[in-house]
Each structure stands twice: as structure tokens, then as C-alpha cells.
Design a protein around this ligand. Structure first.
Ligand code: SAM
Length: 293
């Protein structure tokens, strides 16, 4: 704590840290990190880089998704005694696809004040520069890594939309091509997407275009790397949408093979996702079978 810093009130401080550029941190965040009794962080080496850059020597303890529950019990005991604990993650805002929520809930239940110290977040940074609609957006974090579950998650999202909305996902470079292929089958090749890569870093890049264009661009690269946020200008499922027209036979087969669903359960799921009565879907299935699709 510096001589000029006012004392910090006891409580839990959820402090946002940079997502690449170390200048992206607020003066308040630095003051909190300097004045806290302890900083709970995911990877102490990563956080040390930030603290060293700003000459902060507050003790750090490691707290990651595997010990968040256990750690929060220990920290809670200290917080009840009047400690000032800061929580940071490796990058960005705690609790956003990162540890933080468990701490916040535990502190609230114990009657300990919880203070948000806002700052960088990859989702909002990507959104504001994407050029997509910022009025209505839905942050969906990481999609499931397994193909069947990912496709189901996207189908469920598509089925739940009642108006156009910008969807925001975090994605890993080794899965991006598969995810774009899934987006194409749910919303069509012409659906507009933005891929925001390496935000705030030297190689920051925005790819804007249709799913087909972005897939083509990435597929032509020798390697696909870097941290990325994927944004989708998602339309509600309409009569004319690709997913509404998609083959029931094909989707049925997918759910039976990738998720092991019985025909009955798979049809129930498809009907719900497409907003159709089961009898209506059954008739469509019979028509498709008769046509040999
Ligand atoms: N809590 C963080 C936040 O507020 O943005 C997110 C943490 S999450 C574990 C990490 C994911 O966020 C990465 O896999 C990537 O999808 C996204 N991300 C983080 N930093 C990024 C950056 N500089 N550029 C693009 N995406 C980033």
C-alpha cells in the first residue's frame, strides 16, 4: 500500500485485469491490488508479471477452478475477520468463463461486501468493435467441445431466439473450423460472423464476413492460433431458414449416433428445437422417408 492510498474497506474485490495489453488496467484496480491484504489468482506467475510491471508486492495465493471451493472457505474465514481480499484471473474479468462466481456467492451468503472493480473483458471488447448489433446480445461462453453436444447447444440457441441477436462465444483455435461448420448448418453459409483474434495484442485481428468466407480464410492459413472471440449475427429460426428446412432424417441420425438418443427422444428434441408439434414432425419425417432423403 502506498502512503497516499486511502485505506481499503474490508471485503472481497473482484478485479478485472488486462486481456493482453498491460496498460488496460484502471487506476482503481491498481490501488486495490496494492492495498489488499492478499490477491487470490489463477496462476501466480501470470499475475506476478502484472504486479511486477506496476511495482506491487501484495502477497499472492493460487486459486483456480480446481480449488475454488476449498479456497473460498479459507478466504471466507479471513474475510469474516475483516480482511481485504482481491480476486484476479489470468486475464479479463473474474467470473466471466473464469473463477469468481463461487467466491462472490460465498461472500454474499456470509454477509461480506463484494466490490466489482471493472475493466477488460474479451467478450465486450470484441462486441464493441465487431460492427454487429450491440443493442441485443447474448454471451454464451465456451461451446461444448464435443461435436454432438456443440451442435445441440447451437440448435437449442437457434430454437430459443425470437428476434435477431448477436451471439458471443469464446472459442479455441483448434476447434474454430468445426464450430464454423456447425454454425453454417444451423444458420446457413451466408450468416454473418466476426472473429476477433488476439484483442489488444500486437497481432490483433478482426475477420468479418459470412461463415463461408471466414472458414475459407482460416482454412487457407498454415496455422490457426491465438485467443479468439466468435460473434454471430443470429437470426431467429424462420420458415425460410436453413435449419427449419434441414432434413429431419439427417438430424435424427445425428442425435441417435452422437448422443445415443432413442428415436422417440430424438424426435421429441427436434420438435422442441424447431417449435413443431410432435405429430407435425412425425408427418414431416414420413414425407422425407417417402422421398428417400
Ligand atoms: N474472464 C475472461 C474475460 O473476461 O474475457 C475470459 C477468460 S476465458 C478462460 C479465456 C477466453 O477468452 C479465451 O479462450 C478466448 O476465447 C477469450 N480471450 C481472452 N483474451 C482474449 C484476447 N486477447 N483476444 C481474444 N479472445 C480472448
Amino acid at each position: 500500500m502506498s502512503e497516499t492510498d486511502p485505506p481499503l474497506a474490508p471485503g472481497l474485490y473482484l478485479v478485472a485485469t488486462p486481456i493482453g495489453n498491460l496498460e488496460d488496467i484502471t487506476m482503481r484496480a491498481l490501488r486495490v491490488l496494492r492495498s489488499a491484504d492478499r490477491i487470490a489468482c489463477e496462476d501466480t506467475r501470470q499475475t506476478r508479471k502484472l504486479l511486477d510491471r506496476y511495482g506491487i508486492s501484495t502477497p499472492v495465493i493460487s486459486s483456480h477452478e480446481h480449488n475454488e471451493g476449498e479456497r473460498s472457505r479459507q478466504l471466507l474465514a479471513d474475510l469474516r475477520q475483516g480482511a481485504r481480499i482481491a480476486v484476479v484471473t489470468d486475464a479479463g474479468t473474474p467470473g466471466i468463463s473464469d473463477p469468481g462466481m463461487v467466491f462472490a456467492r460465498a461472500a454474499i451468503e456470509a454477509g461480506v461486501p463484494v466490490y466489482p472493480i471493472p475493466g477488460a473483458s474479451a467478450a465486450l471488447s470484441a462486441l464493441i468493435a465487431s460492427g454487429l448489433d450491440t443493442e441485443q446480445f447474448f454471451f454464451s461462453g465456451f461451446l461444448p467441445p464435443k461435436a454432438g453436444a456443440r451442435r445441440t447447444a447451437l440448435e437449442d440457441l437457434a430454437g430459443s431466439l425470437t428476434k435477431p441477436v448477436t451471439l458471443i462465444f469464446y472459442e479455441a483455435p483448434h476447434r474454430i473450423l468445426e464450430t464454423l461448420a456447425d454454425l453454417a448448418s444451423v444458420w446457413g453459409e451466408e450468416c454473418c460472423v466476426v472473429l476477433a483474434r488476439e484483442l489488444t495484442k500486437i497481432h490483433e485481428e478482426f475477420l468479418r464476413g459470412t461463415v463461408a468466407e471466414i472458414r475459407g480464410d482460416l482454412a487457407s492459413r498454415e496455422t490457426i492460433r491465438g485467443e479468439m472471440v466468435l460473434l454471430v449475427a443470429a437470426q431467429p429460426r424462420g420458415e425460410g431458414s436453413v435449419s427449419a428446412k434441414g432434413s429431419v432424417v439427417q438430424r435424427l441420425k445425428e442425435l441417435e449416433t452422437t448422443e445415443g438418443l432413442s428415436e422417440k427422444d430424438a424426435l421429441k428434441r427436434i420438435a422442441r428445437q424447431r417449435g413443431l408439434a410432435k405429430s407435425e414432425l412425425w408427418r414431416e419425417l414420413q414425407r422425407e422417408r417417402a422421398r428417400g432423403r
